[in-house]
Design a protein around this ligand. Structure first.
Ligand SMILES: *[C@@H]1O[C@H](CO)[C@@H](O)[C@H](O)[C@H]1NC(C)=O
Ligand SMILES: *[C@@H]1O[C@H](CO)[C@@H](O)[C@H](O)[C@H]1NC(C)=O
Ligand SMILES: *[C@@H]1O[C@H](CO)[C@@H](O)[C@H](O)[C@H]1NC(C)=O
Ligand SMILES: *[C@@H]1O[C@H](CO)[C@@H](O)[C@H](O)[C@H]1NC(C)=O
Ligand SMILES: *[C@@H]1O[C@H](CO)[C@@H](O)[C@H](O)[C@H]1NC(C)=O
Length: 454
């Protein structure tokens, strides 16, 4: 909150104050964009939805409406419109895919609406059929399309002809110089990457035929608060416990030096806002983003061991024990793609996009998950899912691990002061706002009365 020195200005102050407040908090809504975010309440998309809503835009989210992490409640309070629909296109063994009678074709909120959208931000199309279906249903009703692709596209591309990180222009299918069988095999290297590549190709094909202007973002390993895959959270806890339990972190012996590109979910939101400003004509220049692809990732691309160090450091652990394991025995949550890392110079230059420093992002995420562990009043279901996943992942060490973890946090809950995790705290943590203590906000506190920290 900005404190205005309003005494100084005498009687006219309330008006001045009002004018300033209106300028500061002017709801863009008057002139805001109307945006449809597909998958906008999930792990990768919810920060984008939130930031668009907070900037005063009208946001409709189309998702399955799962209640993970109470994201829907939070976005609902911010004014989101929810269209709850299942995008899965039915596959009939005889007749094939049924895009006319399943998936979004039977999403009544979408099919009954005649709304036009300034933009669609698509976090949920996973293959060209999904994408074609949504483009068909929204034909001529969308001003700009942003598609979230994935670094997997590089795994189905020819080898880069330069050293160093991957450029956007490196995602190229092999041509006729390669035999049909080899081309086919390359697609099989990464079926998911191939699907994303087909989505990018479809957008370009339609654009060249007069279709919707678009931008593609290629994301790397996405991390942030409120995962539904629970990858980062599991590593966070494993690192926390591994020394005490003699369970060293696994390193895939074939990937020891492989650099891992990471994409922080709030950074995606920032990039979306930058592209929409250009694409919708509020900032120069739409041609900079139309039919363009941008890699999005943090600048740092650590190998596995260093990634563990990044996760450990904010937990106050300055040493991580590791053990090298054969590929098929190791529990490795990152990397999912071994071609990489990503060069992000284009997004930096063209969009003036600034990815969060990996260390800073890791600190925020650590703070978030630690708070989720300490504050038992919320997210119980997510914790239970995480514990059962941990058990499955660690096999016979699972039960021991879970009881150690429960005991560890129970102990800290007694000794430490911590804030209950409310929505504002979450934002403070994730968006690096000043700590609540500094803002002097009224806080409900839990934990011991006498903490040395404060
Ligand atoms: C989504 O639809 C598919 C196909 O009809 C179905 O198999 C699946 O169970 C549905 N998922 C949910 C979460 O309803
Ligand atoms: C879906 O509908 C379109 C036109 O309405 C038609 O051309 C197409 O063949 C249909 N596809 C299937 C799989 O039924
Ligand atoms: C979406 O559709 C459901 C059922 O068809 C309806 O109850 C709901 O009001 C619709 N939501 C919106 C935002 O239009
Ligand atoms: C890329 O290089 C690797 C080894 O350097 C080789 O095995 C692979 O066949 C190459 N792939 C393509 C598509 O050229
Ligand atoms: C794991 O890989 C090794 C060789 O790399 C092989 O001998 C072994 O059978 C594999 N184990 C499993 C469970 O696949």
């Amino acid at each position: 909150m900005v404190l205005l020195p309003w005494r100084k200005y005498g009687h006219s102050t309330p008006w001045l104050l009002m004018a300033l407040l209106v300028m500061l908090f002017r709801p863009h809504a008057v002139a805001g964009w109307s945006v449809l975010v597909l998958g906008g309440s999930g792990f990768r998309g919810h920060m984008t939805t939130e930031i668009l809503l907070r900037s005063g835009h009208q946001v409709t989210v189309l998702s399955r409406g799962r209640p993970y992490w109470a994201i829907l409640d939070k976005l609902g309070k911010l004014g989101m419109t929810l269209w709850k629909c299942n995008r899965t296109i039915v596959y009939d063994g005889v007749a094939g895919l049924q895009p006319n009678t399943s998936g979004l074709a039977v999403c009544s909120n979408l099919t009954s609406s005649t709304n036009k959208f300034d933009a669609v931000v698509d976090f949920s199309s996973k293959n060209a059929e999904d994408l074609k279906q949504v483009l068909r249903l929204l034909h001529n009703r969308v001003g700009f399309y942003i598609f979230m692709s994935n670094h997997g596209v590089y795994s189905v591309s020819i080898n880069a002809t330069h050293d160093g990180p991957l450029l956007e222009s490196d995602a190229v299918r092999p041509g006729r110089e390669v035999s049909p069988l080899d081309r086919f095999e390359l697609k099989g290297q990464n079926p998911r990457g191939n699907d994303f590549m087909e989505c990018e190709e479809e957008l370009m094909r339609q654009y060249n035929a007069g279709g919707v202007p678009f931008t593609v973002f290629r994301l790397a390993n996405v991390f942030g608060p409120k995962e539904n895959t629970l990858r980062y959270w599991l590593l966070h806890l494993w690192i926390r416990a591994h020394v005490a339990l003699h369970l060293p972190m696994h390193l895939d012996e074939l990937l020891l030096e492989t650099p891992i590109s990471m994409t922080y979910s709030p950074d995606i939101a920032q990039a979306v806002a930058r592209v929409l400003a250009k694409g919708l004509g509020e900032a120069c220049c739409s041609e900079h983003v139309e039919a363009q692809v941008f890699n999005l990732a943090c600048e740092e691309a650590p190998n596995q061991r260093n990634l563990y160090n990044y996760i450990a450091e904010p937990q106050g652990l300055n040493y991580v024990e590791t053990t090298e394991m054969p590929r098929n025995k190791s529990i490795i949550l990152y990397p999912e793609i071994v071609r990489g890392p990503l060069n992000t110079a284009k997004a930096l230059e063209v969009l003036r996009w600034t990815p969060t420093d990996l260390q800073k992002a890791a600190r925020s995420v650590a703070r978030f998950y630690d708070r989720v562990m300490l504050d038992e009043s919320k997210h119980r279901w997510e914790r239970d899912v995480m514990y059962s996943k941990l058990k499955r992942m660690l096999g016979e060490d699972g039960p021991n691990f879970v009881s150690w973890t429960r005991a560890h946090y129970a102990e800290r809950r007694k000794k430490e002061l911590y804030d209950e995790l409310d929505d504002e705290d979450e934002d403070d943590i994730v968006l690096f706002r000043p700590s609540p203590e500094k803002r002097g906000r009224r806080k409900r506190r839990k934990g011991a009365k006498s903490s040395p920290e404060l």
